[in-house]
Write a protein of this length. Structure first.
Length: 287
């Protein structure tokens, strides 16, 4: 979390101490009062006159500093380490359902322009049929961490099930999946693409991981901060997803990471991009 009070006190910025926010004069509009609220928990900065702003841009405008200096200040007032539990192993073993992919499983992947045989080999995919539980008729993706299966997620391939994605129940996971990132073992550079879902990571391959949805945990930010110097956030184009990306970007900046949000201009989700688009983008990002 961002120690806003400590930041304001050190730099002599006048503020009002309210229930959930510290309020200061907004540097983005002609605010004559103190309408900009900086959240006490989280990274939200909202002016009740001109709207939301990133923590990075708020600190920059309040102090008038160059961007290269902002991350140093954000890192100084980072209390993230106080909120993070170390990644812990809660079980010794895990049973992953499914066997080899059938024709039906592969047809689904191919309908989305994936190479089914390649994904099966690279990501150790398994397929289920009638299992009598919520994991029936799914493509099962084992979740590896440090080359060990610690959880799994199943994707409905029939289009008939109410819940598309089913992750291993928390009590059976070796590590809770939201405390790690999918495909992290295949990210070996100092830069990484971070997407929402497993199938986005399938599309971009090595040097791309996912947070299992738009929400994130402090442990995930901590892992990224330990391993990478640059993060390219590539969430879906919907406004809600982009807002979540903005908030996560603030958390990553606070941890001292150089963050860039990438919104693909063709309006498609990362998992629906063409091979040409993927290759060109990764080349542009030096990945």
């Amino acid at each position: 979390m961002f120690d806003a009070r400590g930041f304001f006190d050190e730099y002599g910025i006048e503020y009002e101490n309210n229930r959930n926010f510290y309020n200061v004069q907004c540097p983005f509009c002609d605010d004559k009062g103190k309408h900009l609220g900086v959240a006490k928990k989280g990274y939200t900065c909202t002016c009740f006159r001109c709207g939301k702003h990133s923590l990075f841009s708020t600190v920059k405008e309040l102090l008038g500093l160059q961007p290269k200096n902002i991350n140093e200040i954000l890192k100084k007032y980072d209390t993230l380490s106080d909120d993070v539990e170390e990644v812990s192993y809660q079980n010794e073993t895990i049973v992953v359902p499914g066997g080899k992919l059938t024709k039906g499983h592969k047809l689904y992947l191919e309908s989305r322009n994936y190479d089914a045989d390649y994904l099966e080999r690279k990501y150790d995919l398994r397929g289920t049929l009638a299992t009598g539980d919520a994991y029936a008729y799914r493509i099962i993706t084992p979740i590896y961490y440090n080359k060990r299966i610690v959880s799994y997620q199943g994707r409905d391939y029939t289009g008939k099930q109410e819940v598309r994605y089913m992750t291993c129940k928390p009590e059976y996971e070796i590590i809770h999946h939201k405390k790690i990132l999918f495909n992290l073992d295949n990210c070996r550079r100092d830069s990484v693409i971070v997407c929402e879902g497993v199938y986005d990571a399938f599309r971009f391959g090595n040097d791309c991981c996912c947070t299992f949805g738009t929400g994130y945990k402090a442990e995930q930010v901590n892992l990224l901060a330990k391993r990478f110097t640059r993060v390219f956030l590539m969430y879906d184009p919907e406004p809600e997803a982009q807002e979540r990306a903005r908030v996560m970007g603030d958390a990553l900046s606070l941890a001292g990471i150089d963050v860039q949000n990438i919104l693909l201009n063709n309006g498609k989700d990362p998992g629906d991009q063409s091979e040409q688009t993927v290759n060109e983008l990764k080349k542009d990002l030096c990945l």
